[in-house]
Ligand binder design. Structure first.
Ligand code: PLP
Length: 397
């Protein structure tokens, strides 16, 4: 299966299995983060991200910043909304509460639109909510952009793609998305440690039109982009102490901060907060592999693997959290355990068969799915069947 030390195939919704080449590219000798060879690698990785997100619009802006997927939420909340703004958070899974909490941390009012577990808010509910007030931002995990653009054109469409980028198609330009965020350890197939964000030209305009400074330091796009928004530096009408802060900011180092992300992409050295060269190498390798085949084929492989797992689950008489096919992801399957059985009874049984699953959330993404030399998915399906039968489970007739 690989040259890695024998281990249970990790089939959780991230981190996922690594390809040998991705892992090997991490054992790169130490190099300067402003030296030409590393800058070239970073530049190519940023350009490849544009391809993965299917954006050719030069005004869209990729960000790759050390951190996990969660840092993408901080970037959205701190840069694209100002304290007092409204955000509409659609409940489409486990992470919506936390995204809402993140907005509140930055003083942004988050309204959650909830749905029963495994389901999602219906289009007419979303439309009604959007008509009720003007939201600066809507967050979704499935793209709903057509509706949002029609009903509330000023609202930025933010897709939490942490679980879908790399396993589901994302057509950033065609779907009119404003931000898609993900993390290196999910469908992209790298070690954890990188927050990956694509922002549209429209989102960048919103950012530049802020009246207040971004409410984060590390996550502030001012630090990762050119510092050429002078209106941000002295805002008429601000209280004196805030003017003072702006003034010191204006005279301080930030003004000379180079446009880090744009420089990297343009193959020029730049610095704000040291990147991880090893992780950027891994990302470069993984993106090169992903883009070496047509993306359509990759997504078709994920649909086929997903179908196989979901069929096995159905054959066993188990239920998925998401009952409707349109709510089901191609990168993972969330399964209710049979009545009376709990994860501690099942999981050791799966582990014995070389499969590590978290509860019964099966992740099926990346090399486990697209590498024909691996049989991770077949083994997982078999382990699920045998593991259940070992603990006496029988399908109810
Ligand atoms: C995993 C995940 C996150 C959190 O990402 P971290 O890398 O753990 O910070 C957020 N949203 C979704 C949809 C995810 O799947």
């Amino acid at each position: 299966m690989s040259n890695q030390e024998p281990h249970p195939a990790l089939l959780i919704p991230g981190p996922i299995e690594f390809d040998d080449a991705v892992l090997n590219s991490m054992s790169h000798y130490s190099e300067s983060h402003v030296g030409a060879p590393f800058v070239k690698t970073f530049s190519e990785a940023l350009k490849m991200l544009r391809q993965l997100f299917q954006t050719s619009d030069p005004s869209s802006q990729p960000f790759v910043i050390s951190g996990s997927g969660t840092l993408g939420w901080d970037q959205v909340a701190a840069n694209l909304a100002e304290p007092g703004d409204e955000a509409l958070v659609l409940h489409t899974g486990y992470f919506a509460d936390s995204f809402a909490d993140c907005f509140e941390t930055y003083g942004v009012k988050a309204t959650q639109l909830k749905a029963p577990i495994g389901d999602r808010p219906q289009l007419d509910e979303v439309e009604a909510a959007l008509k009720e007030k003007t939201y600066k931002i809507i967050t979704v995990t499935h793209a709903l952009s057509e509706l949002v653009h029609r009903v509330s054109p000023e609202t930025l469409v933010v897709v939490d793609g942490v679980c879908s980028v790399g396993s589901e198609e994302i057509r950033f330009d065609d779907w009119g998305l404003d931000v898609v965020l993900t993390a290196s350890q999910k469908g992209v197939g790298c070690p954890a440690g990188l927050s990956i964000v694509m922002a549209s030209g429209r989102a960048m305009e919103r950012f530049k039109a802020r009246k207040t400074r971004p409410t984060s330091y590390f996550a502030s796009w001012r630090n990762w982009l050119p510092s050429t928004f002078p209106h941000l530096l002295s805002v008429p009408g601000l209280p004196a102490f805030q003017q003072q802060i702006c003034k010191s900011w204006e005279n301080g180092a930030r003004l000379t901060t180079p446009p880090v992300m744009q420089n990297y992409e343009a193959n020029k050295p730049s610095y704000f907060a040291t990147p991880s060269p090893q992780l950027i190498h891994a990302l470069h390798t993984s993106l090169s592999q992903i883009l070496s085949r047509p993306l359509d084929q990759r997504f078709a492989d994920h649909r086929a693997a997903s179908k196989k797992v979901k069929q096995t689950v159905a054959d066993l008489g188990l239920k998925q959290l998401a009952t409707k096919p349109e709510n089901q992801a191609n990168g993972m399957t969330a399964i209710y355990l049979p009545e009376g059985l709990t994860p501690p009874e099942i999981l050791p049984n799966l582990l014995k068969r070389g499969i590590a699953a978290k509860y019964i959330r099966f992740g099926h993404m990346g090399v486990s799915v697209v590498d024909p030399k691996r049989d991770d998915i077949d083994r997982a399906c078999a382990a699920l069947k045998e593991g259940l039968s070992d603990v006496g489970y029988k399908k109810a007739e």
